[in-house]
Write a protein that binds this ligand. Sequence first.
Ligand code: PEP
Ligand code: MG
Length: 362
Amino acid sequence: TFLSWCDKVCADSVRGNVKGFLVRTNADQPEDAKRAFDFGAQGVGLCRTEHMFFDKEKLIHFRTMIVADTEEARKEALKKILPLQKKDFFGIFKAMEGRPVTIRLLDPPLHEFVPHTKEEVAELAEHLGVKPKDLQPKIDKLHEANPMLGHRGCRLAVTYPEIYDMQVEAIVLAAIDCVKKNIPVKPEIMIPIVCDEQELALLRPRAEAIIKKNLEKAKVKLDIQIGTMIEVPRAALLADKIAAFADFFSFGTNDLTQMTFAFSRDDVGSFMPAYEKLGLLDVDPFKSVDEEGVGMLMNWATTKGRSVKSDLKVGICGEQGGDPATIDFCFRTGLNYVSCSPFRVPIARLTAAQAVLRNTKK
Ligand code: PEP
Ligand code: MG
């Protein structure tokens, strides 16, 4: 059949140290993961964990955590979210039947969680048993003028280490449940918006300690890789230093494109049509990786990363990962996998096989 032909072509491909070329999916819910699996996804390349915090029940605990004054109070608030996170992760692991699942720790700007309206402030104040006017100054301090370049990704974990602690624990506990129920599981933990190795040097040992403690307590053996997104140009440039602290890289080309071009990923509609009309750009760089700029950073980061760790696994999880020209580029650059949204998986499987054939000498 079509998928087994793709399997054979892609699994047999070898470039230097890199064997195989896989298509994973971006999935945040068990249903998405299951659908993508049925379409032929060979793993989850990106599970964005943020949606899990935005429903009303979790949001109030998360907001409580943001404004808490002590570590104890922060932990207490996060404890209420932990079982819900664990349930989500378990569902995704189960749907993927032992294929690798990369779970990305919390990324969106803190700004998005901060109460904005009077009613939201009043609701939080009531939950905390304080007066809204006493809470307001604390909230005002958390607002940012440019949240996408502000308090987000691993920076959240530098200020609030308890968030990633809770998420890592939920991942390990969900994986342990799988093992105990004989469900094959291969979790990977990914850290976003890293801009140099020092952030990983701080956050990685913390995650490792939580993994070790929980595995030992449950008497379960499991290898859980910890990797990083490469989505800040500085991280791409410093990839050799970063590789020392990462088991894998995944290019977040949505942010990498935004930060390389200084084009807002959310607002290109305002000028891109004029660019296209005048032929100023060959392709919209958010649709297809710009090989001259963003692609150079990807190539540099892959080469530098592997100069330190020859078996460093490298993938892409930005939207462009499902684009045929980008898939071809990723194969040529030596990536191990691309990851795209579930409905793009079948075409991506075919395109990946074509890329292997086109770029492999007979
Ligand atoms: C990216 O930046 O390409 C990415 C995959 O992360 P997000 O879109 O969630 O910022
Ligand atoms: Mg990103």
